[in-house]
Design a protein around this ligand. Structure first.
Ligand code: HDE
Length: 712
């Protein structure tokens, strides 16, 4: 369990409170009158009547029939009968958190957006992370793209940046989205598989639609099995515009870079976690916030001046392309900190309604045809999901900025509009509410007056026709272990495809155009004939590799927030446990003492040592690293305990840092585990330091070949 509890108010108000910060928080809190607290309140009906008996239905006699007049029971059951709302068509499984955004400085040369001007200002945000394919109850750790949607409650209205943890997308035109989603969703006849893309219809579609090649490569990479939501990058994907006070437009791509570094699960671990802890990612996020380990991201933009729009060997409007950071580095704008868990999952995380069309003055769209389609889809889908056009009145969606206009009525309207005029212009209400002319700052929203002279046609731009060069760039930018994981992922997924012609098409017509060796290896694993070189002439990318794409280059240098299991049993050396706990806590990591059961164990010197959990209840897949302290009797007990042995073998197989007391060496030999850069034997300060260094490296990649032989 998390140790340092943080009440919502405390955590929201955490940090040095400048008057402005306090104001922002106070303003938010004062607007949150809808947060209901039942402490010391009587149980009442929805009509406010106090309830005397919440245990028994009104009946004719103790053993008689129930009476229709029982309005208390009827109200309660009727409400219950309607508790569910439709889940999101995609991104149904998600989790959210509150926090704030703070700009580093005024970015007035780029944009007039108010929340990007004053470094003292804290703009409240609500973030929802999600998977794409699975339903609401599906596993967190499946191979999938992750949604990364941020709602900024700015003083000038809500800005929703509805992005993903990958910088590109599967398709180029919104009209293909229903086709893509139908293909990736479970097969229609048996609704299998839940949460994944390893099935015929997905691979049928993507092997027929080569524009998906780049994004499929990302989905087969380690990015699709993130270690935690806190270790994911976020991307706005499309090119947007920022507009400054002079009306000057600049193209940008939005980026979120996590302070905790970028890292992933290994595939076997991800699969096991989907069963052992379906809630692994949402639990990690909410516990981190509870413990005060507030996740933090740097917000940045890649900036492309208008005049450079056509200077790249791809089209800025094509959402299947990224701008390599080596060509245009990310300029940091500010930071986002998540510091408050929702009080109510349904009211906040489920009812939050994002829309890429929610922008504020200083931000504008590009003509990316995928983005343009999204501008329609999100509001439309909320109308059926949230039951009408008033979803902006649901507390979590309400802007902090006032929102007076002539829109009235419809289902679930909660605002009581005063005045007679629900039209504009009017004279009966003094003309209010009135338009605000666009201005350098604080003016009304004005679209960027882009000049367009064109024919009305259904056509894909020729500049969107290169589908393989960035997929190749991505593969070439990966480290050896990352490339091996990609090969394994294609082999695993295509191995689940029943129709051979689909497997063959993906290998010969897609993979062979990306990289012949990749295609050859996958073909070998599938028992297909060796593919010939691809027939598509692939544009030469100006870069051989983009190091910014490899997660190996994106690790954090510290071990802050990492979870370390310490295995104990009766007879453990108490001082040995103390030593490692102190060393880890000094690095702000979270050691957890695990015993054979949840009961305390006896140390070698007869003291009682409380354990945080049992090894079975907190399996190795939920930890970053493992330590086995000294104490001969304890080591003997662990050696005879299958759960403990499995724990050790599995941590080794998943390439985690392991530190053991010298007395455990014999056991390592029995299990055929060889010491390496991440398997440290010793119990002194030097061993502790080596262990901490190994944890910071995240995985012991050089162990991967040896780990394959481990049956765990
Ligand atoms: Fe979405 N998407 N999407 N999408 N999307 C939805 O909106 C859609 C796309 C993304 O946590 C839906 O409220 C179309 C790209 C996220 O609530 C729906 C197209 C990116 C979320 C919808 C796309 C995204 C959604 C379902 C192609 C990354 C979850 C429920 C034109 C930049 C937001 C809802 C949350 C959700 C439509 C493509 C990200 C159906 C038509 C590209 C993070 O409206």
């Amino acid at each position: 369990m998390p140790s340092k509890k943080n009440s919502p108010k405390e955590s929201q108000l955490a940090g040095t409170q400048t008057p402005d910060r306090a104001n922002t928080n106070a303003k938010l809190q004062s607007l949150e009158v809808f947060r209901s607290d039942a402490t010391e309140q009587a149980l009442r009906t929805n009509q406010g009547v106090k309830v005397a008996d919440n245990q028994n239905t009104l009946k004719a006699g103790a053993r008689g029939p129930s009476l229709l007049e029982d309005f208390i029971m009827r109200e309660k059951i009727t409400h219950f009968d309607h508790e569910r709302i439709p889940e999101r068509i995609v991104h149904a499984r998600g989790t959210g958190a509150h926090g704030y955004f703070q700009t580093y400085q005024a970015h007035s040369s780029l944009t007039k957006a108010g929340f990007l001007q004053d470094p003292e200002k804290m703009t409240p945000v609500f973030v929802r992370f999600s998977t794409v394919q699975g339903p609401r109850g599906s596993g967190d750790t499946v191979r999938d793209v992750r949604g990364f949607a941020v709602k900024f409650f700015t003083d000038e209205g809500n800005f929703d940046l509805v992005g993903n943890n990958m910088p590109v997308f599967f398709i180029q035109d919104a009209i293909k989205f229903p086709d893509f989603v139908h293909a990736v969703k479970p097969e229609p006849h048996n609704e299998i598989p839940t949460g994944g893309s390893a099935h015929d219809t997905f691979w049928d579609f993507v092997s027929l639609v080569p524009e998906s090649a780049h994004m499929v490569m990302w989905a087969m990479s380690d990015r699709a099995i993130p270690k935690s939501l806190r270790t994911m990058q976020g991307f706005g994907v499309h090119t947007f515009r920022l507009i400054n006070a002079e009306g000057k437009s600049t193209f940008v791509k939005f980026h979120w870079k996590p302070k905790a570094g970028v890292c992933s699960l290994v595939w076997d671990e991800a699969q096991k976690l989907a069963g052992k802890d379906t809630d692994y990612h949402r639990r990690d996020l909410s516990e981190a916030i509870e413990m005060g380990d507030y996740p933090e991201w740097e917000f940045g933009v890649q900036i492309v001046p208008e005049e450079d729009e056509h200077k790249f060997d791809f089209d800025l409007l094509d959402p299947t392309k990224l701008i390599p950071e080596e060509l245009v580095p990310v300029t940091p704008l500010g930071k986002m900190v998540l510091n408050r868990n929702p009080d109510n999952f349904f009211a906040e995380t489920e009812q939050v309604a994002f829309c890429p069309g929610h922008i504020v003055p200083g931000i504008d769209f590009s003509n990316d045809p995928l983005l343009q389609g999204r501008l329609f889809s999100y509001t439309d889908t909320q109308i059926s999901r949230l039951g009408g056009p008033n979803f902006h009145e649901i507390p979590i969606n309400r802007p902090l900025a006032p929102n007076h206009n002539g829109q009235r009525d419809a289902q679930h309207r909660t605002t009581l509009d005063k005045g007679r005029a629900s039209y504009e212009p009017n004279s009966v209400d003094g003309g209010w509410p009135k338009e605000t002319p666009a201005a350098a700052s604080d003016g009304g929203f004005e679209s960027y007056p882009e000049r367009i002279e064109a024919h009305k046609i259904r056509q894909r731009s020729e500049s969107f026709s290169d589908h393989f060069s960035q997929a190749r760039l991505f593969f070439n930018s990966m480290s050896k272990p990352e490339q091996e994981h990609i090969i394994a992922a294609y082999s695993f997924e295509l191995g689940k495809v029943e129709r051979e012609h689909i497997r063959t098409r993906e290998v010969n017509e897609v993979l062979a155009n990306i990289d012949l060796e990749l295609a050859r290896r996958v073909a070998l694993n599938l028992g297909l004939p060796a593919p010939k070189a691809g027939t598509v002439e692939v544009k030469k990318s100006s870069l051989k590799a983009s190091p910014a794409l490899s997660q190996m280059n994106l690790l954090a240098s510290d071990i802050k927030g990492r979870k370390v299991a310490i295995l104990v049993a009766d007879g453990v050396d108490g001082a040995s446990v103390d030593g490692i706990v102190k060393a880890l806590e000094a690095e702000s990591a979270h050691p957890k003492v695990l015993g054979p059961t949840s009961a305390p164990v006896k140390t070698a010197d007869g003291k009682s040592l409380a354990v945080d959990a049992s090894m079975e209840g907190s399996p190795s897949v939920t930890f970053d690293a493992l330590w086995v302290p000294g104490g001969k009797a304890a080591i003997n007990a662990l050696s005879a305990d299958g759960v403990a042995m499995h724990f050790l073998l599995e941590a080794y197989k998943h390439l985690k840092a392991i530190g053991v007391h010298a007395d455990v060496k014999a056991l390592l030999d029995t299990l055929h585990l060889k010491t390496d850069a991440g398997l440290i034997v010793g119990d002194d300060g030097k061993a502790h330091a080596a262990f901490i260094t190994a944890i910071a490296k995240h995985r012991v990649w050089e162990r991967e070949a040896a780990a394959k032989a481990i049956p765990a």
